[in-house]
Design a protein around this ligand. Structure first.
Ligand code: ADP
Ligand code: MG
Length: 340
């Protein structure tokens, strides 16, 4: 293998930063669990339209392959290693964004977590994945009050429940070709499942791209309520689960774009006029350091003018700052839509 294995068309960050010198230094390195450079960059090699192209197989990957991961992380998050990543998940009260619910269909905030002592999903064995699922489910069983709910294993779920979860969009699918090339889909659907609270406002995806994707979701524009539910759930889960965390890089995740807070806070928002004024929308998104995804998630199309608008940066910024920036950005976007 050689860096020239990347397609000529590719503009991914791994291609940009994997110089021959770094390749030679890392080619034969392995983490303690046996994760290699070839595994880390396979997704970027196989998919010429990757934007990052590299995944971590375990927490140690961030150290073993730091010559490659560090510059990618610094560019994506506009971070430098002498900056401090300071978490702050304290409660917030923000004014309503869209009181008449004319634009915002739903608000969703998720964080990713991986457990210490286990490889990440691209590099985990079936028996370890099984052990992990059991551990997570027993922690979920201890949630209280409105967070109480049920775990649905993808292996044993019945047809009727499966249909319902799909219809209510509580389900997650097998990973896309980017995740597939990274190894995330191995043994799918074994040891995968979702937990949702009885009120369906709190969910946990088990063994998707990370060990846990912890999600708070409401069909409203009440960002504070969605955020405060998550900030209540996290310490409770942390009492029973030991999350993988680094002093500089915060929570460690499969994809380096998610490290730090690992938080993606966003809304599904219908913007009929801005859809026809894409330059203005993209200017606003850039100004407030946000990102746009398709209605069905990452790398999907916008349907019926419903955009997924969320924070772009997750490292070097606190959780509560992410929410405040998103709130400011969405106010500006809604105002622009109203003025058109
Ligand atoms: P992530 O990786 O951050 O969890 P994805 O882009 O992979 O997000 O999308 C995951 C799923 O979450 C998709 O089905 C997407 O439609 C759904 N989703 C994302 N944002 C929202 C939102 N604000 N409201 C409802 N569903 C959402
Ligand atoms: Mg995703």
């Amino acid at each position: 293998m050689n860096p020239s294995f990347f397609s000529k068309k590719s503009n991914c960050l791994v291609k940009k930063y994997l110089s021959l010198k770094i390749f030679n230094a890392l080619e034969h390195q392995k983490t303690d669990s046996g994760f290699t450079l070839a595994q880390a960059i396979n997704s970027g090699i196989k998919n010429s339209d990757s934007s990052i192209g590299v995944y971590a197989g375990d927490a140690q990957s961030y150290k073993t392959f730091s010559l490659l991961f560090d510059p990618i992380i610094c560019e994506y998050h506009e971070f430098s290693k002498n900056k401090k990543h300071k978490p702050d998940i304290s409660r917030l009260i923000l004014p309503s964004l869209d009181p008449e619910e004319k634009y915002i269909r739903s608000t969703r905030i998720r964080v990713a977590r991986n457990l210490k002592g286990f490889s990440f999903p691209c590099h985990i064995s079936l028996s370890q994945r099984r052990k992990l699922e059991k551990k997570i489910v027993s922690a979920l069983d201890r949630l209280k009050d409105d967070l109480r709910g049920k775990y649905y294993s993808f292996e044993s779920i019945d047809e009727k429940e499966l249909k319902r979860l799909k219809k209510e969009n509580l389900w997650f699918q097998k990973g896309d070709r980017f995740q597939d090339a990274a190894g995330i889909n191995s043994d799918f659907p074994k040891c995968r499942g979702i937990f949702h609270s009885f009120d369906k406002r709190f969910m946990v995806w088990v063994n998707e791209e990370d060990h846990l994707r912890i999600i708070s979701l409401e069909r409203t524009s009440d960002i504070s309520s969605v955020y405060n539910r998550l900030s209540r759930a996290l310490p409770t889960l942390n009492q029973n689960l030991d999350f993988s965390r680094d002093k500089t890089y915060g929570y460690l995740t499969s994809c380096p774009t998610n490290i730090g807070t690992s938080m993606r806070a966003g809304v599904h928002i219908r913007l009929e006029k801005l859809e026809r004024n894409k330059d203005l929308l993209h200017d606003l998104v850039r100004t407030y350091n946000l990102q746009i995804r398709g209605t069905g998630g990452e790398k999907t199309k916008i349907r019926h003018a419903v955009f997924d608008i969320s924070n772009r940066q997750r490292l070097g910024i606190s959780e509560s700052r992410i929410i405040q920036n998103l709130h400011n950005g969405l106010l500006a976007i809604i105002k622009a839509e109203q003025n058109l």
